[in-house]
Write a protein that binds this ligand. Structure first.
Ligand code: ASP
Length: 344
């Protein structure tokens, strides 16, 4: 039976072309995507499309948008073999992270992709990104199961686990990086799937659930030499704030001075969940490695291991939406829920 794919267009550079008269960038009509990417016809797959209305620049993405996206996937889950989401690159890692936590028991591919140059431009990277994403979303193994039943990002010949990615380049075609987890597939002459790195469900017939209660009462605090207790207080006293992603130095280190640590402890004692991730682009938090990390641990800060800021934030959004008890949220934060952290 021929594979069927639903391509969901949300906005971003990928879906743009130049208006011939004004030369301004305008969104393409996604139902006519085969005009821009005629290669799609050669697949012989059934490729249906749907579009957000209006389409948005991904800087305007909100959690309501993630909920809508999850609902579209859930409503169409039985009808399609896989989903390709065309999305702006700026917040793609946030959306991929959020979807990974919101879609529970996912057993089909959800591949996000975008481009640095509009699909309607001559040198676009968008065409290849769309074509390979479709091929990956449709790929099955010998038993007929999807090759990559995960939320992923495909970009510039690499397939990443979505919640491990960060956008790190605003200029190059290779815009994303997954520093702490190897690529799920490499695309060259052949698509080489690294099957030992891909997560496969124990059972394929469990119905998809969506966790669509999101609580965004989270702040991010990046520490720097000279940070004052007042600056920390200003962020952590944000009305309604329930959790903080603390971007620390190196392997999870922070100043050992009494003023800093007692400020942290004060907020932990007030019930705030503080999760320690590193501001380095690769590597992990180990709060036992140095006295500077032990100080944070002693203050009640918990480890975010090797998670990205994007994934840690979105995991907190989902868990805070689901649980009112900070202790329960902390406990779940220490578990690897969707392959977002290692070594726990
Ligand atoms: N600003 C655009 C967006 O994220 C950039 C892009 O698509 O690459 O929607």
């Amino acid at each position: 039976m021929k594979s069927s794919i639903l391509m969901i267009y949300t906005g971003g550079t990928i879906g743009m072309k130049q208006d011939e008269r004004t030369m301004a960038l305008v969104p393409v009509d996604i139902s006519q995507i085969e005009t821009e990417v005629p290669e799609l016809k050669k697949f012989g797959y059934k490729i249906d499309t749907c579009s957000f209305d209006p389409v948005i620049d991904s800087s305007d993405i909100t959690p309501d948008f993630w909920v809508k996206l999850c609902r579209i996937i859930k409503e169409n889950y039985a009808k399609y073999d896989g989903f390709v989401v065309l999305h702006g690159t700026d917040t793609m890692s946030y959306t991929a992270s959020a979807l990974s936590f919101m879609l529970e028991d996912l057993a089909k591919p959800v591949v996000l992709t975008g481009s640095q140059l509009p699909v309607g431009m001559l040198r676009t990277d968008g065409k290849e990104n769309i074509i390979s994403s479709i091929e990956i979303a449709a790929a099955k193994d010998a038993e007929g199961h999807p090759m990559v039943p995960e939320v992923c990002i495909y970009f510039e010949s690499q397939l990443y686990r979505g919640n491990r990615t960060t956008k790190y380049n605003a200029e190059n075609f290779r815009a994303f990086r997954s520093a702490n987890y190897p690529v799920l597939a490499d695309v060259g002459i052949h698509i080489k799937y690294n099957r030992h790195l891909i997560h496969y469900p124990e059972r394929w017939d469990i119905p998809l659930k969506i966790r669509d209660k999101i609580d965004t009462n989270v702040a991010i605090l990046k520490i720097f030499p000279g940070i004052t207790p007042q600056a920390i207080d200003a962020v952590l006293s944000t009305k309604g704030c329930r959790a903080v992603v603390l971007e620390s130095f190196g392997s999870g280190n922070a100043p050992t001075g009494k003023a800093f640590l007692s400020t942290m402890k004060k907020w932990v004692d007030k019930g705030l969940i503080i999760v320690n991730v590193t501001q380095c682009h690769a590597g992990k938090v180990d709060m036992n490695a140095y006295a500077t990390g032990m100080g944070l641990k002693g203050a009640g800060v918990i480890s975010g291991y090797d998670g990205t800021t994007e994934a840690t934030l979105c995991k907190l959004f989902m868990l805070l939406g689901r649980y009112s008890s900070p202790e329960k949220v902390k406990k779940e934060m220490q578990k690897c829920l969707r392959g977002e952290i290692s070594g726990v």
